[in-house]
Design a protein around this ligand. Structure first.
Ligand code: KIV
Length: 276
C-alpha cells in the first residue's frame, strides 16, 4: 500500500527509518518500487546524472515534468517528491505556478525546494494551495556557488545555529519533511531530535530519520566522482561497458546474431519464393 505523509510522521515517532531514493525514469522507478523504497525523489540531480550538466542550475521545469511522468508510470504506488528546479520558485507567483504544474502535469505527491527561513512564506503559500512541501537545507546544490562550492556546511557554531534556525522556521512554515545535505552528523542529530517532522539525510549522519541517495550513485553508474557519503552497492556502470564491448565485438566478428536470435522461413515458402 502506498505510504503517505501521516505514515512518515508515524515512522519518526516509532523510530523507524525512512528510505528515499532518486529515480528519473520508468525502469528505475519500477526497481525502486519493487525494492520497497518508501519515497522516490525525482531530483534535479538529473541535470548531472542524466543530462550530463556540471550542476543542477540548467535544469528546467520541462525536464522535471518529463521525468516525473515517466517515474509515476513506473511506480504508481510509491510516494513521489519532485524537485522545483533553480529559479522556478524565486517569487511566490512562480512557486505556485510551477509547483502546481509538478503536481498536475508531473503527478508529484509533494514538491521539494532548497533554502531556509527565507522560503517560509513560499512554503506557507504552497501549503495554502494544497501542495505538500519538503524542505532542503545544508549544502543546497542550486546555490552551491554562494556556499563556497560543494563542501560540508554547519561546521562552526554560527552556521550550525543558522541551520537549526532554518530547520525550525521551515517546520513552523509547514514542511512535512526536511532533507539535510552534507552537514556534520552531530548537527544532523540535533536537528532531527528537535524537530517533529522527519529529517532525511544525505551526508548528514545516521541519526537522521531517514536517508536519501542518488540511484546512479548507489548502483555505480555515475563515475565522474564518488562523494564520501555515497555507498556503492553495485558497479553497474562497469558491467554495462563490459557487456556493450562484448556486443560490439560479436557484431564485428559475426558472433551475433546466432541462430537462436534469427527468424526462418519454412522450406515450403523458400521453395515457392526462389523456384517459381
Ligand atoms: O536532486 C537531488 O537528487 C537531491 C538529493 C541529493 C537530496 O536533491
Amino acid at each position: 500500500m502506498k505510504k503517505m505523509i501521516p505514515d512518515f510522521i508515524k515512522a519518526k515517532e516509532n523510530g523507524e527509518k525512512i528510505t528515499m531514493l532518486t529515480a528519473y525514469d520508468y525502469p528505475a522507478a519500477r526497481q525502486a518500487e519493487e525494492a520497497g523504497i518508501d519515497i522516490i525523489l525525482v531530483g534535479d540531480s538529473l541535470g548531472n546524472v542524466i543530462l550530463g550538466y556540471d550542476s543542477t542550475v540548467p535544469v528546467t521545469m520541462e525536464n522535471m515534468i518529463y521525468h516525473a511522468k515517466a517515474v509515476k508510470r513506473g511506480a504508481p504506488q510509491t510516494f513521489t517528491v519532485v524537485d522545483l528546479p533553480f529559479m522556478s520558485y524565486s517569487t511566490l507567483e512562480l512557486a505556485l505556478h510551477n509547483a502546481g504544474r509538478l503536481v498536475q502535469e508531473g503527478g508529484a505527491d509533494a514538491v521539494k525546494l532548497e533554502g531556509g527561513e527565507a522560503f517560509a512564506d513560499t512554503v506557507k503559500a504552497l501549503n495554502k494551495a494544497g501542495i505538500p512541501v519538503v524542505g532542503h537545507i545544508g549544502l543546497t546544490p542550486q546555490t552551491a556557488t554562494q556556499l563556497g562550492g560543494f563542501k560540508v556546511q554547519g561546521r562552526d557554531i554560527e552556521s550550525a545555529r543558522r541551520l537549526y534556525n532554518d530547520a525550525k522556521a521551515l517546520q513552523e512554515a509547514g514542511v512535512f519533511m526536511l532533507v539535510l545535505e552534507l552537514i556534520p552528523r552531530q548537527v544532523g542529530e540535533h536537528i532531527s531530535k528537535e524537530l517533529r517532522i522527519p529529517t532525511i539525510g544525505i551526508g548528514a549522519g545516521s541519526e537522521c530519520d531517514g536517508q536519501v541517495l542518488v540511484y546512479h550513485d548507489i548502483l555505480g553508474i555515475y563515475d565522474r566522482f564518488k562523494p564520501k557519503f555515497v555507498k556503492q552497492y553495485a558497479q553497474i556502470g562497469a558491467q554495462a561497458v563490459k557487456a556493450i564491448k562484448e556486443y560490439n565485438k560479436e557484431v564485428k566478428t559475426g558472433g551475433f546474431p546466432a541462430s537462436e536470435h534469427t527468424f526462418n522461413l519454412s522450406d515450403e515458402v523458400i521453395n515457392k519464393l526462389y523456384n517459381n
